[in-house]
Design a protein around this ligand. Structure first.
Ligand code: G3P
Ligand code: MG
Length: 359
């Protein structure tokens, strides 16, 4: 019987060699447009698994998007793509925020953006988090345009219920940090409330003071969503906030942006892929013994030259870039400013190219 054979020979059979390459996939404009898979993504991603559904090739998703905890996104992607994706295979723009928990131990912080920004921050371990929806709701008249808004605000974050009394003393406790987690929804209200918080040392309606720290999960000017042309991203919101803040204050806005193309994002992704491949092949020999990296190549498959390709270029060895034509980039040849190592039509073509080269 096959199982007996496997048992008898298991101590002598050589362990399968670890792949010497890994892959990082951008999501928006490569795997999905809006919520729909594109470019043959489900079929192509399935090639990275065995017939039995076990992961064969180490890969992860490296997106500047987000708005939900990584475990939730992993579940969504598993359903959309028909494979089993683990939370460690999902790196959002905001994933590095978890490293800042210690700095804001018992401080009140405000989380901004679509989805569940406050839930994301609580999942990372931040203890006193309010979404901007909830925070703004405690300040009557803070948004003079609210009475004209026909939509119901604040229904997306499960931290936002119909609370009348704030969980924290928002009228005397200063906001010590602002985290833009995902693309803001109500730009007008958010620009107003953030200018209030950031100009007044964290207490709207009081005198001007030091600016609390401000973080952006990414700085994408534009990205590919479901609409046929690019949409304004978090970087566009940052420009709007910065321009207004600088006009109404006598000192410039200070902020930190995370996400691609920062090289530390790629370094972190490489570390995750290395841990992943070791857990997939615990007994096999390291093919690149003695080298800094176990991988000879990590492919970044992206649609945005300025973000994905530029980032892989800046990160250097062992990163190599593959540009698809399903998102921000639609050129015939290569991008003139940030040329990729390879240009293909779709993510399926990218996977075909990589597997042909490596296997
Ligand atoms: O909001 C998402 C966007 O800025 C980029 O996502 O997956 O293309 O990095 P992605
Ligand atoms: Mg993209």
């Amino acid at each position: 019987r096959p199982s007996d054979v496997a048992q008898r020979f298991s101590h002598t059979a050589p362990a399968p060699a670890r792949p010497s390459f890994g892959i990082a996939f951008d999501i928006d404009g490569v795997i999905l447009r809006g919520r729909s898979p594109i470019g043959g993504a489900p079929r192509a991603i399935r090639r990275l698994y065995s017939e039995e559904g076990t992961l064969k090739i180490p890969f992860l998703f490296l997106t500047n998007g987000g708005g939900v905890p990584e475990h939730k996104r992993a579940l969504e992607l598993s359903q959309l793509l028909g494979v089993n994706i683990s939370p460690t295979q999902v790196v959002h723009g905001h994933s590095p925020y978890r490293e800042l928990v210690k700095r804001f131990e018992d401080d009140l912080i405000v989380a901004v953006g679509k989805g569940e920004p406050a839930v994301v921050m609580s999942t990372y371990g931040f203890r006193k988090v309010l979404s901007i929806d909830e925070y703004a709701s405690y300040y009557k008249d803070i948004d003079p345009l609210a009475p004209f808004k026909t939509w119901k605000v604040g229904q997306t974050d499960s931290h936002m219920s119909a609370k009348v009394h704030p969980s924290y003393d928002v009228y005397s406790e200063r906001v010590k940090g602002v985290f833009v987690v995902s693309d803001p929804i109500d730009w007008g209200r958010d620009l107003q409330v953030l200018c209030d918080i950031l100009s007044t040392h964290g207490l709207p309606g009081t005198e001007k003071g030091d600016q609390p720290p401000l973080y952006f999960a990414a700085d994408d000017l534009e990205y590919q969503a479901a609409f046929c042309s690019e949409r304004l991203g978090m970087g566009a919101f940052r420009i709007a906030l910065e321009s207004i803040f600088n006009e109404i204050n006598d000192h410039p806005l200070k902020y930190t942006s995370f996400g691609k193309p920062n090289p530390f994002v790629f370094k972190n992704a490489a570390n995750i892929l290395e841990k992943l491949v070791m857990s997939m092949y615990p007994n096999s020999q390291t093919p690149m013994e003695g080298k800094d990296y176990q991988f000879s190549t990590i492919y970044m498959v992206g649609d945005n030259p300025k973000v994905d390709i530029n980032g892989a270029m800046k990160a250097g060895h062992p990163w190599s870039s593959v540009l698809t034509r399903t998102g921000v980039f639609r050129g015939k040849d290569n991008d003139p400013q940030f040329p990729a190592d390879v240009v293909v039509d779709t993510v399926e073509d990218a996977i075909n190219y990589i597997l042909k080269k490596e296997c």
